[in-house]
Design a protein around this ligand. Structure first.
Ligand code: BG6
Length: 546
């Protein structure tokens, strides 16, 4: 990707934001996607190589990088897990995952034939020292013919969080991943840590302390795959590159913001994990917090990793701590049986790995206030749930209504108001932007008021229509960024901790105060519990039904 505002200096190359150049004409040419630079030569070691994430997301993403010629000539992938498997069996597994992936377009035999020779597998118990000795021997053998400075290593912790600590300790003590002083040191060793980063503030602080005791921050990539989504990256570009929006991006013009991440899927086979996580740890502390931060932050004066992250941290730290009233109006609920796409589905408590009397919320809706000059008094409503009516992630910015509406303009009942302008940043599906505004419905002449009718219409931009290409899956972007050394789309330690400062008190309050009349439920396939509607009604608003 190309830098947005300035060419990075040599020192900054590891930390600069890269974005695609904007097309200079409309409609843009079909070839408007800017080519990306390829990753450094490296060994990508995936711990947890037989797990769900590796199979569904990571293998297809790396294959797709190969297809786009974005891997260095000296790239290899080593999968590691407890299961016994030969290199050939691993190659068959990866091929099946690539062919089954819906996120990437088309399987290419020629790419595969080159790619499969870069795939290796090692069996090992990651809690045992012997696993790291085996890995070291294999890496040495694979790196034998390389120039020393090309023997870079990227370790991906795609494993349950309870073994993060052990792996980090072993990686350091075995010498497999030495601490490097500068982002420019070669060969480099980097570590990707999957979410959830901690279970609460205390455990996140202690995990950060541990990882920073072995590595420098520039070696640590805390992944939040939402930041790899094109439309999430677009939030900053949209704000920075369009002079008409930033001047109205504040309390003077915006009445409130709704951030929705609704899923139709349930917890699938992840009941054991989800029972301990719940929706706030799974979606709010990371993904929704990032969407809020990018919407609310001040724009950095340069698009550099640390400057962007400084501003995000400031925005998150400006969120007003929950008061007792805010705790009480925060909504939690669990999905009950219902229908998704016309098919009956079971409730959360019937899912495998879930307790029959589970109190884990699969839906939450909260209101956050940001105490700074830009946002004072503007509520940010956040909601997320599984098994909802529709899969949609969006940020809806709702503007104030006109201060004065010319008498009789609507032609409707006295007191009826026009709808507010809404700017919707659609993260998925149909990634793009919609601006909703009012227009005169065709018909009566202006002079014939009050017959004039005002209708609400949408102006729409969709990525695939405008650029003629499907977007890269988030993991592809992020893995490539790690191989290049661009940390912009990863969360820094202070950012993770700031997020926990917001959500931890709510989780503690909820744990100590189970709902008196049981946890509310919502039918699968609905828009969530009624309590969530009341959260907005009290303030004179209503949730969008996208
Ligand atoms: C993950 C959560 O981080 O994000 C999952 O653990 C959730 O529970 C997923 O389903 C949603 O990601 P996406 O990209 O499908 O919105």
């Amino acid at each position: 990707m190309r830098p947005l505002l300035a060419e990075p200096t040599e020192e900054e190359i590891d930390m600069s934001i890269h974005v695609k150049a904007a097309p200079s004409q409309f409609p843009p040419p079909m070839t408007s996607m800017t080519p990306r630079e390829h990753g450094d030569p490296c060994s990508l070691v995936i711990f947890g190589a037989t797990g769900d994430l590796a199979k569904r997301k990571l293998f297809p993403a790396v294959y797709h990088l190969a297809k786009g010629r974005l891997l260095a000539h000296d790239f290899r992938l080593i999968g590691m897990d407890r299961a016994a498997m030969t290199d050939d069996e691993f190659r068959i597994l990866v091929k099946k995952c690539v062919e089954a992936s819906e996120e990437i377009s088309g399987f290419d035999q020629a790419t595969w034939e080159d790619f499969e020779h870069r795939l290796y597998y090692l069996q090992g118990d990651l809690t045992q020292t012997s696993a790291y000795t085996t890995l070291r021997d294999r890496l040495h053998a694979l790196e034998e013919k390389l120039e020393a400075r090309s023997a870079n290593r990227l370790f991906y912790l795609s494993v349950p969080p309870f073994i993060f600590r052990e792996i980090i300790d072993h990686l350091s003590s075995s010498g497999l991943a030495p601490r490097t002083e500068s982002p420019k040191t070669r060969p480099w060793a980097r570590i990707i840590i999957e979410k959830p980063f901690g279970h609460n503030l205390a455990s996140a602080l202690s995990l950060n302390q541990l990882v920073l005791s072995h590595f420098n921050e520039h070696q640590i990539y805390r992944i939040d795959h939402y930041l790899g989504k094109e439309t999430v990256q677009n939030i900053l570009v949209f704000r920075a590159a369009n002079a008409i929006f930033e001047p109205i991006w504040n309390r003077n013009h915006i009445s409130h913001v709704q951030i929705t991440a609704a899923e139709t899927v349930g917890v699938e086979s992840r009941g054991n994990y989800y029972e301990h996580a719940g929706v706030v740890r799974d979606m709010f502390q990371n993904h929704l917090m990032q969407l809020l931060a990018l919407t609310a932050m001040e724009l950095p004066h340069q698009m550099k990793a640390n400057l962007v992250r400084d501003e995000k941290v400031k925005a998150i730290r400006s969120i007003r701590p929950f008061t007792l009233g805010a705790f009480q109006e925060a909504v939690r609920a669990q999905y009950a049986p219902g229908e998704i796409k016309g098919k009956p589905v079971q409730g959360y408590r019937q899912e495998p790995g879930v307790a029959a009397d589970s109190m884990t919320p699969t839906y939450a809706a909260i209101k956050l206030m940001i105490d700074n000059g830009r946002w004072r008094g503007v509520p940010f409503y956040l909601r997320s749930g599984k098994r909802m009516a529709k899969r949609v992630t969006e940020i809806a910015i709702e503007f104030h209504k006109p201060a004065y509406l010319i008498d009789g303009l609507t032609g409707l009942e006295p007191g009826t108001e026009v709808e507010s302008n809404v700017l919707v940043l659609r993260v998925q599906p149909n990634d793009g932007v919609t601006l909703r505004f009012s227009a005169k419905a065709p018909g009566a002449a202006l002079a014939l008021t009050p017959e004039i009718e005002v209708a609400t219409v949408d102006m729409d931009f969709t990525y695939t229509e405008a650029f003629g290409q499907t977007l890269s899956p988030a993991y592809e972007t992020l893995i490539l960024d790690c191989m290049i050394g661009d940390a912009t789309l990863f969360t820094r330690s202070d950012e993770v901790e700031a997020g926990w400062h917001v959500t931890d008190p709510l989780l503690e309050y909820w744990a100590a105060n189970p709902p008196a009349s049981g946890l509310p439920t919502y039918p699968s396939g609905s828009w969530g519990p009624e309590e969530a509607d009341r959260l907005l009604e009290k303030d004179g608003f209503a949730w969008r039904k996208p």
